[in-house]
Write a protein that binds this ligand. Structure first.
Ligand SMILES: [Zn+2]
Length: 138
């Protein structure tokens, strides 16, 4: 069983990122337990603070961006403005819980897309994001 720090170091190095102390602290929160998770800059900032890490929200945000650029995270945008960062970088659908603003994975094997609209002239489809919005039954 890999130790959290080992896993985080490996995660960074496979993307060619130097394991600075701040990157390592955030990587540990993201992948240290080997589970996939969805975070916002704010939620990761809160977790880092809880663990006593001395990081600013701006650093968390910039580090998440760097992890995205390195292909370690996938960004999922909800409502056109709210960004979630997903440690699972494979294509998969999401549930968005409207009540508490949480994002979670939806079962990919149950999703069937049989046809997409043609892209307009001079354009090609870059990606398809599936976000299924949920609200709890009253
Ligand atoms: Zn996901």
């Amino acid at each position: 069983m890999a130790q959290p720090n080992e896993r985080a170091t490996h995660w960074l190095s496979q993307a060619g990122l130097r394991p600075t102390r701040q990157r390592l602290a955030l990587a540990n929160l993201l992948v240290g337990d080997g589970q996939h998770r969805h975070v916002t800059a704010e939620s990761l900032f809160d977790s880092a603070r809880d663990r006593g890490a001395a990081v600013s929200l701006a650093t968390v945000y910039n580090t998440l961006r760097a992890f995205c650029d390195a292909g370690l995270l996938q960004e999922v945008t909800v409502d056109g403005s709210k960004s979630y960062f997903d440690t699972n970088t494979h294509d998969h659908p999401h549930f968005y819980w409207e009540d508490d603003g949480q994002l979670s994975d939806a079962p990919a094997e149950q999703l069937v897309i049989t046809q997409l609209p043609d892209a307009p002239d001079g354009a090609e489809i870059a990606s398809v994001d599936v976000v299924i919005r949920l609200r709890r039954r009253a």
